[in-house]
Write a protein that binds this ligand. Structure first.
Ligand code: F6R
Length: 598
């Protein structure tokens, strides 16, 4: 996830407008930033830098320009560095481009363009677009962009400038957001309207497959074949303050709502070439090490890796890892950390390396310490997570674990590639499934209102949803301050049942698989002690209504994939309970986003 802004005017304030608007998109990424301007003499000037927008600002000279583009980056291909920062330029230095998205076929395109003599200065997927447009360019920028788009696979929102065409810009969108705005002859483009609220209230939300030509105070909209399309102008009256959180009251809620797109992005960014070093047939086992929410994702991973690849899998809390005996060298060690900076996880990683194990990091943050210390890294591509409670990165972590388990399973001959393909196509439906759950937020809210006075809660689940119970309870306790415990449902009768009464709500997670009957009996045990039950179960489950009216239904999914939709419900439940209790949701007391002490 990155943020982009464009501006076309006959004024000389492009630098100030671009930096101010970009600052409002900093939540989309903040590891590097850049700006390209066409100055008064018609020259293209590019300034870019690893680090924050503020630090870029300090280095910029006085420059009067009417047209420009800017970018704030969240690295997905190529570490954060000056060279990898956007805008990217072509070989002539006349064309500049900013990009948000992922070019899936960038390796093949780069090879082809290098073969034709193009010289690249970054390691990004985005730079290929600049050279591709250069390759197609023969005086008409719009035609050149159109030609280049036909060759791209993946997602993109791009803004393109060319010094032969001062006062012009071309914008295009495919699966990454892009809005256009206009006021008093000035034209704006940005990743979301919040960047531009200080300047305009009138927006065109570009659709997938559209190109826009911004010139002479006008916007002309086309499809990818340059057939003109009628723009649909919309008015947005959010305040600039709302804007930082995209109109949501808290980053946590915004991040919960981002999950259809972060899951999509995670699936899209999966690249088997990143695993070319891994020999699944030579592995004897897998060890996964993590903390907190990442540990819960690891527990889901354990069931999934065992189910798909047959590899015995152990999960260890990072702070306990050093106390366990060394494993043999043919065990793959996976370290999961959203931030890539968690001290306990890094200490465990260092210990594993000392013991001679091959290590794989799964993280969200490019350039983080874990990526420098592990032998190999896979990225979540979820964009910055600002709320202290992890939400969107949890679902991305488990998506990566599904993909990894399937990949290993096929190579180990444990599942047929047709079967893996079937699971994969079910995974690809997840963004839609999550959207349907988000559309039921009101039902969650009603249930959360009933929970707000609870002194304590239990979450119960079995098999792949035992970790869902742990994660649900963690979300609830950290942001609502209600004491909550997750249990394997079968464990209640071994002690915790003693605590149940009408004041202790139990969230029961049911799945339509071999665990269903046993879970239903456990729900019966809870109800028999007068404890209120909130059930999360699959659509069509009427049996559970015999025990409780508080039921949250998720759309039918392959049972092993159910932790994804269930996580959305438990996140929303925690969010709304905390909200009703008036808690400081994005910054719970005593907690930090990145825990850099052991
Ligand atoms: C809970 C939460 C924490 C983190 C944990 C590990 O919502 O966010 O439990 O999961 O501190 O952090 P990372 O994944 O950055 O290593």
């Amino acid at each position: 996830m990155c943020g982009i802004v464009g501006y076309v005017s006959s004024n000389t304030d492009a630098k100030e407008i671009l930096l101010d608007s970009l600052k409002r998109l900093e939540y989309r990424g903040y590891d590097s930033a850049g700006v390209a301007l066409i100055d008064g003499e018609g020259r293209l000037q590019v300034f870019k830098k690893a680090g924050s927008i503020d630090s870029l600002k300090e280095t910029l000279p006085e420059i009067k320009a009417g047209t420009g583009i800017s970018h704030t980056r969240w690295a997905t291909h190529g570490v954060p560095s000056d060279l990898n920062a956007h805008p990217h330029v072509d070989c002539t230095g006349k064309l500049a481009l900013v990009h948000n998205g992922i070019v899936e076929n960038y390796r093949a395109l780069r090879e082809e363009l290098e073969g034709k003599g193009h010289s690249f200065s970054s390691k990004t997927d985005s730079e290929v677009i600049a050279h591709l447009i250069e390759e197609m360019y023969s005086g008409d920028l719009l035609e050149a962009v159109k030609g280049a788009l036909k060759r791209l696979k993946g997602s993109f929102a791009i803004l393109v400038l060319h010094s032969d065409h001062p006062g012009e810009m071309v914008a295009a969108r495919q699966e990454s957001p892009l809005v256009l705005g206009k006021r008093f002859g000035k034209i704006f483009a940005a990743s979301d309207p919040t960047a531009l609220l200080a300047y305009t209230e009138e927006f065109i939300f570009m659709d997938d497959g559209q190109i826009a030509h911004l010139k002479g105070g006008n916007i002309t909209l086309y499809d990818f074949d340059l057939k003109e399309v009628k723009p649909n102008w919309q008015r947005i009256t959010w305040s600039v303050k709302d804007a930082e959180k995209g109109g949501f009251e808290h980053f946590m809620l915004k991040e919960i709502y981002e999950q259809p797109s972060t899951i999509h992005q995670c699936l899209q960014g999966w690249d088997e070439e990143d695993l070319s070093w891994l020999r699944p047939r030579s592995l004897t086992s897998v060890n996964i090490v993590a903390c907190g929410t990442s540990y819960h994702a690891a527990l889901v991973g354990k069931y999934v890796i065992q189910a798909f690849s047959g590899l015995p899998t152990q999960v260890e809390t990072a702070s306990e890892y050093r106390y366990s005996p060394p494993t043999d060298y043919s065990s793959l060690h996976i370290f999961i950390s959203q931030s890539g900076e968690t001290a306990d996880t890094l200490a465990a990683l260092r210990e594993a390396r000392k013991r001679g194990n091959e290590t794989l990091a799964i993280t969200n943050v490019m350039g983080s310490t874990i990526t420098r210390e592990a032998h190999h890294t896979i990225y979540l591509r979820a964009g910055p997570e600002i709320g202290v409670a992890a939400t969107k990165t949890f679902t991305s972590q488990i998506i990566i674990l599904y993909l990894l388990a399937l990949w290993m399973g096929v190579r180990r001959g444990r599942i047929l590639s047709e079967e893996a393909g079937r699971v994969l196509s079910e995974l690809k439906k997840m963004p839609r499934v999550v959207e349907r759950i988000l559309s039921r937020e009101e039902e969650v809210k009603a249930i959360a209102e009933g929970l707000k006075g609870a002194p304590s809660m239990f979450y119960i689940g079995r098999y792949v949803n035992y970790p869902s119970a742990l994660e649900g309870a963690l979300k609830m306790k950290e942001i609502s301050y209600i004491h909550a415990e997750g249990y394997p449902a079968g464990e209640l009768k071994h002690g915790p049942l003693a605590l149940l009464d009408e004041n202790l709500p139990v969230v029961a997670i049911l799945t339509s698989d071999h665990t269903y009957e046993k879970m239903l009996s456990n729900v019966g045990e809870v109800v028999a002690r007068n404890a209120p039950v909130v059930a999360i179960t699959e659509e069509g489950d009427d049996e559970v209504l015999k025990y409780t009216e508080d039921v949250l239904y998720y759309p039918p999914v392959m049972p092993i994939l159910s932790p994804v939709p269930i996580a959305i419900y438990t996140q929303l439940l925690a969010y709304w309970t905390a909200k009703f209790r008036g808690c400081p949701i994005d910054k719970p007391r005593n907690l930090a986003k990145s825990v850099t002490v052991e």
